[in-house]
Design a protein around this ligand. Structure first.
Ligand SMILES: NC(=O)c1ccc[n+]([C@@H]2O[C@H](COP(=O)([O-])OP(=O)(O)OC[C@H]3O[C@@H](n4cnc5c(N)ncnc54)[C@H](O)[C@@H]3O)[C@@H](O)[C@H]2O)c1
Ligand SMILES: O=C(O)C(=O)C[C@]1(C(=O)O)C=C[C@@H](O)C=C1
Length: 302
C-alpha cells in the first residue's frame, strides 16, 4: 500500500473533512492547503458559528459547513479534531452519514476511553484510525494554527486490530506529508506514555500556578510580580484551554492517577533528602533532569 501511495502523484484524498478546525484542525488544513498532495478539496465544520465564520475569513477550507452530516457526506477521510469529551459523540453522529470505504480518524490526546465509547457506533466498512500528534501550543482556535506545527514531531497511531492496514498506511502517509514522524502503538500504552510526558506536566503546571496565586492572596504579597523564567515556563503550559484539559484528565483518569502517585512518592523522597541534608541524592536527581534536557536538545526535541 505504501509503495502504491508513493508511486501515485495525485492527492491522498479527494475530499478531506475536518470537524473542529481549532488549533490542531486548522493546522492540518493549513498544511494540506500548502502541501497540495494531501487532499484535492478541504471541508471544515464546527459547532460554533464564530469558528465557521473565522475559518471562512481565513480561507482555510474550500467549503465551510455547520452541519456535520453534510460535511462528511462525500468525504473519503474525516478527522475529528474536537475536545476529547466530544470525540465519541461526534463520531457516532457522523458515522452513519459517511460513505463506505471512507476513513474515520481523530486526534484526541487520550485513546482508551474514546475507543470504548465509540466502539458500538463503528462500522466494518468505515476503517477507524485514531491518531495523536504530539505537537501543540497553549493557544486554541482557528487563528492559533500554523502549517509547520507538526514538523519533526511525533504522531502516535493506535489502529484497532480490525483496522485494515491499507487505511493505517494512508493515514501514516498523510502525517508524513504533514511533516511528522509516526509510531504505531497499543492504546493502553499510549495513555500511560502521555500521562507521564504530557498530562502530568500540565497537572503540575496548573497546580503550581494555583499554589502561587493562593500564596499571593494569603500574604497580600507580590510573589507573582517577581516570577522569573522558571515560573514563567510553567505559566505558558498553565495557559492551556480548560475544556481540553478537563476532558484529558477525566478521560485518562487511571494512568494519570498512577503517574501522579509515583510523582508524589518521588517528591516525598526529595523532601526527605532536603530535610536530612542528603546532598548525594539531591545532586543525583538534578543531574538526571539535566541529562534528560540535554538529550532532548541533541535530538532536536526541545
Ligand atoms: N492543543 C494541543 O496541544 C493538542 C495537541 C494534540 C492533540 N490535541 C487534541 O486535539 C483536539 C483539539 O484540540 P485543539 O487544541 O485543536 O482545540 P481547539 O479548542 O483549538 O479546537 C476545538 C474545536 O472543536 C470545536 N468543537 C467542540 N465541540 C464540537 C462539536 N461537538 N462539533 C463540532 N465542533 C466542535 C470547537 O468549537 C473548536 O473550534 C482535542 O481532542 C485535543 O485533545 C490537542
Ligand atoms: O506544547 C504544548 O503547549 C502542549 O501542551 C502540547 C502537548 C504536550 O503536552 O506536549 C499537549 C497536549 C497534546 O495532546 C500534545 C501535545
Amino acid at each position: 500500500m505504501t509503495d502504491s501511495i508513493t508511486a501515485s502523484s495525485g492527492p491522498l484524498f479527494r475530499r478531506l473533512a475536518i470537524i473542529g478546525p481549532g488549533l490542531i484542525g486548522s493546522s492540518i488544513l493549513r498544511r494540506a492547503r500548502q502541501d497540495g498532495t494531501i487532499a484535492a478539496r478541504l471541508v471544515a465544520c464546527d459547532i460554533s458559528p464564530d469558528v465557521c465564520r473565522r475559518v471562512a475569513e481565513l480561507g482555510l477550507a474550500d467549503e465551510v459547513e455547520q452541519d456535520p452530516l453534510r460535511a462528511v457526506a462525500d468525504a473519503d477521510c474525516v478527522i475529528l479534531c474536537v475536545p476529547v469529551g466530544a470525540i465519541a459523540e461526534v463520531g457516532a453522529h457522523v458515522l452513519p452519514a459517511m460513505k463506505p470505504g471512507a476513513i474515520l480518524s481523530e486526534v484526541g490526546s487520550t485513546k482508551l476511553s474514546i475507543l470504548t465509547a465509540l466502539a458500538p457506533a463503528l462500522r466494518p466498512d468505515v476503517p477507524f484510525v485514531p491518531t495523536h500528534p504530539m505537537a501543540g501550543t497553549e493557544h486554541s482556535g482557528p487563528d492559533a494554527g500554523f502549517a509547520t506545527l507538526f514538523d519533526d514531531r511525533w504522531c502516535l497511531l493506535t489502529p484497532l486490530p480490525e483496522t485494515p492496514p491499507a487505511a493505517t498506511d494512508l493515514i501514516v502517509e498523510m502525517w508524513h506529508r504533514m511533516g511528522a514522524r509516526t509510531r504505531v502503538m497499543d492504546p493502553a500504552h499510549h495513555d500511560r506514555v502521555c500521562a507521564i510526558v504530557s498530562h502530568l506536566p500540565h497537572l503540575l503546571a496548573f497546580t503550581i500556578c494555583g499554589t502561587a496565586d493562593d500564596l499571593a492572596d494569603e500574604t497580600r504579597s507580590e510573589v507573582l510580580d517577581f516570577a522569573a523564567s522558571g515560573f514563567r515556563d510553567f505559566t505558558r503550559i498553565a495557559a492551556s484551554d480548560p475544556v481540553m484539559w478537563r476532558d484529558i484528565f477525566l478521560n485518562n483518569r487511571e494512568a494519570l492517577l498512577e503517574m501522579l502517585a509515583r510523582f508524589m512518592e518521588d517528591a516525598q523522597a526529595m523532601a526527605r533528602a532536603i530535610r536530612w541534608g542528603d546532598e548525594e541524592f539531591i545532586v543525583d536527581r538534578i543531574e538526571r533532569g539535566r541529562h534528560i534536557r540535554r538529550s532532548l536538545i541533541e535530538n532536536r526535541q526541545a
